[in-house]
Ligand binder design. Structure first.
Ligand code: B4P
Length: 190
């Protein structure tokens, strides 16, 4: 099984690159951002709670996203592998993911981290906000809050996988296809 974590700050290109990776490697895409937005759209209780936090650029509680991932892993027991996009975002989520995968005798193959500077992230997200309708992409302060959440809660997840020898950093600035080529090289070396 190929189990890949695509990592990086908001706007680094995780969603963009995930689509290409899925097409090439036939993996199941698990984006906690997309899963939460579907809950919001369906008007569930979970969605209503998550929306309040997401609209402020704050991470939703670990238990919520871990539960969603657990359900999806159970749904796709016969998958060739998974791409985790936007998850894990805290060390607690990373530990939970390792435990969940271990219960299926599986583990993470590699974490690919896209690095992009803050000015470029802000420009990309404001640009996406013009068409995406996503409230969290439409305001500079909110985007700054998301980047701050990333720096304080999510960045340590990179060290967690670096200690396991599974971390590969890739420059996330440049042509989308070129970046995809670099990601493919990292996957094939894993
Ligand atoms: P996400 O949906 O994961 O949102 P994101 O990080 O903003 O998206 P992504 O990084 O995939 O965007 P992409 O680069 O593809 O999370 C939203 C919120 O949900 C979080 O703030 C949090 O509240 C909550 N949440 C989600 N997961 C959670 C978890 N595990 N725990 C707790 N809370 C969680 O795209 C950005 C833009 O850049 C696009 O317009 C794209 O076209 C452009 N772009 C991409 N690559 C480019 C390139 N190479 N050059 C130029 N532009 C590029």
């Amino acid at each position: 099984m190929l189990n890949l974590i695509l990592f990086g700050p908001p706007g680094a290109g995780k969603g963009t690159q995930s689509e290409k990776i899925i097409a090439k490697y036939n993996l199941i895409h698990l984006s906690t951002g997309d899963l939460l937005r579907s809950e919001i759209q369906a008007g569930t209780e979970l969605g209503l709670k998550a929306k309040t936090l997401m609209d402020q650029g704050i991470l939703v509680p670990d238990e919520v996203v871990i539960g969603m991932i657990d359900n999806k892993l159970k749904e796709h027991r016969d998958a060739a592998g998974f791409i985790f996009d936007g998850f894990p975002r805290t060390v607690k989520q990373a530990e939970a993911l390792d435990n969940l995968l271990a219960s299926y005798n599986e583990g993470i193959s590699v974490m690919v981290a896209l690095s992009v500077d803050d000015d470029e992230l802000l420009a990309r997200l404001l640009n996406r906000g013009k068409t995406s309708g996503r409230p969290d992409d439409q305001n500079e302060e909110l985007i700054a809050k998301r980047i701050q959440e990333y720096n304080s809660k999510t960045k340590p997840v990179a060290d967690y996988y670096q200690k396991q020898g599974k971390f590969v950093a890739i420059n996330g600035i440049g042509e989308i296809d070129f970046i995809f080529g670099e990601i493919s090289n990292a996957i094939e070396a894993a």
